[in-house]
Design a protein around this ligand. Sequence first.
Ligand code: AMP
Length: 422
Amino acid sequence: MSFASLGLCATILEALQAEGYTTPTPIQEQAIPAVLARRDVMAAAQTGTGKTAGFTLPMLEILKDGERAKPNEARVLILTPTRELAAQVGESVETYAKGLKLSSAVVFGGVKINPQMMKLRRGVDILVATPGRLLDLYQQNAVRFPKLEILVLDEADRMLDMGFIHDIKRIIKALPPKRQNLLFSATFSDEIRDLAKGLVNDPVEISVSPRNTTAERVEQVIYPVLKADKPNMLMALLRQLDLPQVLVFSRTKHGANRLVKQLDKGGFLATAIHGNKSQGARTKALHEFKTGKVQILVATDIAARGLDIDQLPFVVNYDLPQVAEDYVHRIGRTGRAGASGNAISLVEGDEVKLLKAVERLIKQEIPQQYLEGFTKVDLSKAKPAPKPARGGQQRGGRAQGSGRPGGSGGARSGNRSQGGRS
Ligand code: AMP
């Protein structure tokens, strides 16, 4: 299957060629004809499947022949949960639309609204937005949608997780009833199906990546570890792996900041990206990581969503996420668009419950490895974490029943070669 056979014009094909795309991904094979046939689409697809091009390419094909947007109007509205994803979708639109006379704009919160109002003044063919800022702009009459042709909800599940449901409903009310709707979501929970009911009309349903295909193409491993050893074990692994770029996930913003300081002391160049950072600081952190100025990007789950970093060979879960689905999103940052990737998780005794939830979700037991020089922790003997004291912290001082000193032959025998993983 080629892009040309999907019915895209020469200008778009040239842009794809310039990007080095030779064949459509499975989601693109299915979504492009459906969108071109002006059907509503409901697609279960995660980041990394090529979903952005899946909706952007046919959308450009449709827009290129129509009448340009009028002042303060938009012809396509793409809603995304985070500023980072909005910025990345906006970049993809610009890349694929090179050579077409279409205008686009990206608007999100956390930055001044005035420049965004200016951008909308002349009207834009494609508007990429986060829900809150879009509503602000709408309320200030900076944008109207009388001629909206297509609405895209990207990462709809995450928008609901982030509490955007009311904003989305208010936005939908501002749109003309006759329009094409494209709904993309990593998972199709009951909430998403509820939302879809009031949104899509006789949709083409596409599912290219059942939840666990990501898990299948990423090589995963767990290093059981004492809580107190985590920073040192991470640094030992980073030294062994000697990678140019590693994305490290932290469950909390404070944990991310603390880890960056520890990595810094250990001689690593690291930076954090999370919701407490200003938009400028987040953009800067991402830029430094992408350009190789820093080696390690420590991110929280929400901040990491939608980060478009190509072909990351490794991700590290410094701690496991509270929600098992986030594990799949996290490891989806590696092994993108067909390439294989590696995910390492440092798991302490307190996290066994989270680990079990992940393994149930991905329907796999993740293999364990041990690292020489660190206390061997036996997760099967770990007691469930106690309920945290009210307002207090959960301290990880308990020895997780690891007991056995590392020096015994037994410790070694369980020790598959470290470091030599591909
Ligand atoms: P997405 O799932 O939209 O976040 O896209 C994942 C990555 O795959 C992006 O970095 C795209 O540039 C890349 N990509 C999308 N479509 C293709 C394709 N047909 N061939 C190669 N790479 C692609």
